[in-house]
Design a protein around this ligand. Structure first.
Ligand code: NAD
Length: 315
């Protein structure tokens, strides 16, 4: 049976599928040629990440397809309900990148409290002439230990983030209507330490937290807008690695400019892939281009998770 991994698959996943007897092709077929290629080659499975789209026309035109796999979480690029209605398996790998996103949150947080992001911008241009001025500018850093991280949305990534924050000696408060009580296993050396946490209301999290990290799906309205900013501590830091639009970008800029929010870290943007320039150039925002899930370890886990599901469903 032949599988087309059109946006690639980690070597380990490919090997596991090949060992199980599948032929795995990883050459990218242009979107417009996909239907013809799938039919000519009799592919039974099409694996994608975010680049390739799988819409109704393709599903209807490719009777050999039995499975569509998304390496990663979001399946906006696949007509999932329609494919399932037509009897296809549609799978993804939701847990594989939680740890990677959580580590990016911590990277932004460590970078924010010591101005690493800004020092990295200023040192190449002014490090020789303005060394002492920059030293003074970045002299009022904070430590994370002992501070309170507020987490909004306590699913896979929220919980993974909590485990890192607890491991750094931070306090964690969270809100999630579907996770009233949660046990977080924090890895300390080779021991696991169980930490019991209880959900707060969103309002309580907003008022208690020194730093706030968002880990919810995009809902109709922004989860953080003017009303929510008003409840936060002065000098709060906001981290959004969830989805663009979860934080109202106009309100964020206004509260950064007023000084209410000390810093924001963004991995996701409302207008991807062309985020607004005033966000990108803002001196109080550290930025990454939606790379939360993008680690080699996550790619390996994605490949392995896809391979094991495909073996179970198609063999
Ligand atoms: P998840 O489904 O495991 O967790 C989401 C949690 O949000 C759930 O526990 C749910 O109960 C909770 N929730 C829903 N509505 C809520 C509300 N109103 N208030 C509080 N909590 C609420 O999802 P996940 O895998 O943890 O992903 C979280 C977010 O991260 C998603 O938006 C996802 O798209 C995003 N993500 C980003 C990247 C990246 O590269 N930056 C990678 C993967 C996922």
């Amino acid at each position: 049976m032949k599988i087309l991994a059109n946006d690639g698959i980690a070597t380990i996943g490919k090997q596991q599928l090949e060992t199980a007897g599948f032929t795995v092709v990883t050459e990218t077929v242009p979107q417009n040629d996909l239907i013809q290629t799938i039919n000519n080659e009799n592919y039974v499975a099409l694996l994608v990440r975010s680049a390739t789209t799988v819409r109704k026309d393709l599903i209807d035109a490719c009777p050999s397809l039995k499975l569509i796999g998304r390496g990663g979480v979001g399946m906006d690029n696949i007509d999932v309900a329609y494919a399932r209605e037509k009897g296809l398996h549609v799978i993804n790998t939701p847990a594989s990148s939680s740890q990677s996103v959580a580590e990016l949150v911590m990277a932004h947080l460590f970078g924010a409290v010591r101005f690493v992001y800004d020092a990295n911008r200023q040192m190449p241009t002014s490090g020789i002439t303005e060394f002492k001025t920059l030293k003074k500018k970045y002299a009022k850093g904070l430590e994370l230990r002992g501070k309170t991280l507020g987490i909004i949305g306590f699913g896979r990534i929220g919980q993974a983030t909590a485990s890192y924050a607890l491991g750094c000696g931070m306090n964690v408060v969270y809100t999630d209507p579907f996770a009233e009580k949660t046990t977080i296993n924090v890895k300390v050396g080779n021991q696991l330490v169980a930490v019991e946490l209880t959900s707060y209301t969103k309002e309580q999290v907003l008022t208690k937290a020194d730093f706030i990290s968002l880990h919810i799906p995009k809902l109709g309205q922004p989860t953080i807008g003017n009303e929510e900013f008003a409840r936060m501590k002065d000098g709060v830091i906001i981290i959004n690695t969830a989805r663009g639009g979860v934080v109202d970008e106009d309100a964020l800029i206004a509260h950064l400019n007023s000084g209410k929010v000390a810093h924001a870290a963004l991995d996701v943007f409302e207008n991807e892939p062309t985020p607004r320039e005033d966000l990108l150039k803002h001196p109080k925002i550290s930025l990454t281009p939606h790379i939360g899930a993008a680690t080699l370890e996550a790619q390996d886990r994605i490949g392995e998770e896809l391979a094991s599901q495909i073996k179970e469903l198609l063999l």
